[in-house]
Design a protein around this ligand. Structure first.
Ligand code: GN1
Ligand code: MG
Length: 666
């Protein structure tokens, strides 16, 4: 039983929560913001999270039709193996509930690891959102009889919406009419304009099953990869035209402005986003014909002005349809949509060209959707254009090419030999993809974690969106990893993070929502003023490998790989007492001119084992003819500062975690 006293219920009757087969005991509930129609509550149970939804029967007079459509759609998508909303059964095995007070409820499993967006942060989101809705269209193309019920009559009927404005204007039930004369005139004029153009335009486009509420916030994005995971809020999925979905997408995903912006002057209509969106839509290869493509350029103005009318009607009616959280919100929504309508109408010629171009380019591009998904043929959005490159998996034969790319693209570039050891180590091979002359990306997995060991783009190919392509390919190759970290990937790392001077790479990662979690640093030590060598560092004997391996496993398993590599290369020094190894210091392990790892036996930390070992190692390095060494990924600074060392290169560790943030339904 839910303890209402403890506030778990949040206004939801405990009997409602108890009626559903949630896993574990309920431990909390909180309202979920976002949707304008139903009431959504996030219910946390010991076994998982759920979105409990009270259906709005004022907006949907036939709640049974909504429930039955929804159940059929969820089951159908699931049978096709597509991700989508998942309903939770009640104790009686039903998929919805009628509470004693007559209210109607259903519950969805919370889509863990997926997030919603109400404003656009990345052009790739526009591509992904559009692809998701086109995918939905494709999935439902063969939806079996009987037809889905019409859940709201005249939903996208513009003349009907205009009539509603006239009716509520005349009735003026809450006395707001005199304050909005300007908006009423503007809405009438723009809606009349759009309605006339629609009448004059394409004949009778095909009727298909469409989503009908294809706004950006009804897409769930994978929190880690940024890919669209699925669309949600299926309540208005019913017969309609493709233009309805495209129009909703355009009005919500081709602008950076929120729907309820208070200042309509901030509203923009971004042609690059429109391009990305059109490309995303056609990337899913929707079954659309020429007249449907023709209708797409007016789809945005149609949906924007229709929403403007609906928001204005609701403002005049006293905010009874759309949820509002502040007064005047519906009026603000109305104004943003009117402004968008104007901006879109001004760009209609461009919009038409954009959709026609996107439709054509998909036909000309032989890559299949599956190739794209696997990153074999990467795609991305650059300046609004879709770019794609071949990114085949390569082996050691490409090392010279990769080294050349590194030398052109970064400071402190690794040599071909170092790359070979970092990328093709037999005990930790990376998956390496290379577009010759353009870029490389290499990933490794360590248990559940994924690492990007190398990601570089030749400077002459920057600014075209190819960085996104490389990053997406890496993320695809690391699918299922619980986190993706860039650099700082032991044992055979090339960099202890992203060099802070690589601004372009940092920006690419930040645009993809990677967070800067740590800073690592190297220390440079000049070798010209070393204290005398105490003579305590010894070179291990040829037969010592097994002993060292055992010792490392016992005391420092995280450094075992690096230390054994150093032993095999002859770049390891030890300290010993009569019975045991007491410390180690390795150099030149993954990169020449570097020092580390170094440590003493854990029980001897702080007892002066490492300092003489370090000095001895530095003498040995100087004897090789070097005048400087770079200590890698330093912990405590003091031992090196004592020898005149100073902080050198800095690295940010960027990481994307498979996280979950609230995102509800409808
Ligand atoms: C409503 O439920 P939600 O928030 O996804 C509305 C849409 C509007 C939209 C405006 C059933 O969608 O038609 O375009 O608000 N849904 C219904 O943001 O009226
Ligand atoms: Mg909705």
């Amino acid at each position: 039983m839910v303890d209402m006293e403890r506030g778990v219920g949040w206004g939801v009757p405990a009997s409602v929560i108890d009626a559903f087969r949630f896993e574990g005991a309920p431990i909390g509930a909180e309202p979920l913001a976002g949707g304008h129609i139903h009431e959504n509550v996030l219910v946390r149970c010991t076994g998982g999270r759920y979105v409990l939804q009270r259906l709005n029967d004022r907006v949907f007079p036939d709640v049974d039709a909504v429930l039955s459509n929804g159940e059929r759609l969820v089951a159908y998508l699931r049978a096709k193996g597509r991700r989508g909303p998942e309903l939770v059964e009640t104790g009686d095995g039903a998929l919805s509930l009628r509470a004693p007070d007559g209210s109607r409820w259903r519950a969805f499993r919370f889509l863990e690891g997926a997030v919603g967006r109400s404003i656009l942060t990345d052009p790739d989101d526009a591509f992904e959102a559009a692809r998701a809705f086109a995918d939905y269209l494709v999935a439902l193309a063969d939806f079996p009889a009987p037809p889905l019920a019409v859940t709201i009559e005249h939903f996208h009927d513009l003349p009907h919406r205009l009539d509603a404005l006239e009716a509520v204007s005349a009735a003026d039930p809450v006395g707001r009419r005199s304050g909005v004369s300007e908006e009423v005139d503007r809405a009438r004029r723009l809606a009349g304009d759009v309605a006339e153009q629609l009448r004059a335009g394409a004949g009778r486009p095909c009727v298909r099953i469409v989503h009908n509420d294809a706004k950006l916030s009804n897409v769930r994005f994978d929190a880690r990869t940024g890919r669209a995971a699925c669309v949600i809020d299926l309540d208005t999925t019913m017969p309609g035209h493709v233009a309805y979905d495209v129009g909703e997408l355009v009005r919500t995903a081709a602008t950076h402005s929120p729907e309820d912006a208070r200042d309509e002057a901030t509203v923009d209509f971004d042609r690059d986003l429109l391009d990305a969106l059109a490309s995303g839509y056609f990337a899913a290869r929707p079954p659309v014909d020429a007249s449907e493509i023709e209708a797409m350029s007016l789809a945005g103005p149609h949906m924007a002005v229709e929403n403007a009318l609906r928001f204005l009607v609701d403002h005049l009616a006293g905010d009874r349809y759309f949820t509002v959280t502040r007064s005047g919100q519906n009026l603000d929504r109305c104004r943003t949509q009117l402004r968008l309508t104007e901006l879109m109408l001004e760009s209609e010629v461009d919009s038409r060209a954009c959709f026609v171009r996107a439709a054509r380019s998909v036909r000309a591009d032989p890559a299949t959707a599956e190739d794209r998904r696997r990153g074999l043929h990467g795609r991305g959005v650059g300046g609004g254009r879709i770019v794609s490159i071949d990114l085949p998996v390569v082996g050691a034969e490409s090392l010279d090419e990769i080294a050349r790319l590194c030398a052109r693209s970064m400071a402190h570039a690794p040599s071909a030999d170092e790359l070979g050891r970092a990328l093709f180590a037999p005990d930790q091979p990376a998956l390496v993809r290379c577009a010759p002359g353009i870029g490389v990306v290499a990933v490794v997995r360590a248990r559940d974690d994924g690492y990007i060991r190398l990601l570089l783009l030749d400077p002459s190919h920057r600014g075209q969106g190819l960085g996104h392509v490389l990053l997406r390919a890496a993320e695809d190759d690391l699918e299922g990893a619980s986190a993706i970290t860039v650099g700082a990937d032991p044992p055979y790392f090339l960099f202890p993070g992203v060099p802070v001077v690589e601004t372009a790479l940092c920006c690419l990662l930040e645009r993809h929502h990677y967070t800067r979690e740590e800073t690592n640093y190297n220390i440079d030590i000049e070798l010209d003023h070393l204290p005398p060598d105490p003579g305590l560092a010894v070179v291990p004997g040829a037969g010592d490998r097994a002993e060292i391996a055992q010792w490392m496993t016992r005391h420092w398993p995280n450094w075992r790989g690096e230390v054994l590599r150093a032993f095999d290369q002859g770049s390891l020094l030890l300290r010993r007492d009569d019975n045991d190894i007491t410390g180690f210091c390795a150099y030149d392990v993954n990169r020449a001119g570097t020092l580390g790892p170094i440590a003493s036996r854990p029980d001897l930390i702080g007892k002066g084992v490492s300092a003489p070992l370090l000095v001895g190692t530095l003498h040995r390095i100087r004897a090789m003819g070097r005048d400087r060494v770079e200590v890698l990924w330093v912990g405590p600074m003091v031992p090196y500062a004592r020898l005149g060392g100073h902080v050198g290169r800095l690295f940010f560790v960027y990481r994307a975690r498979r996280s979950s943030t609230p995102g509800g339904e409808a």
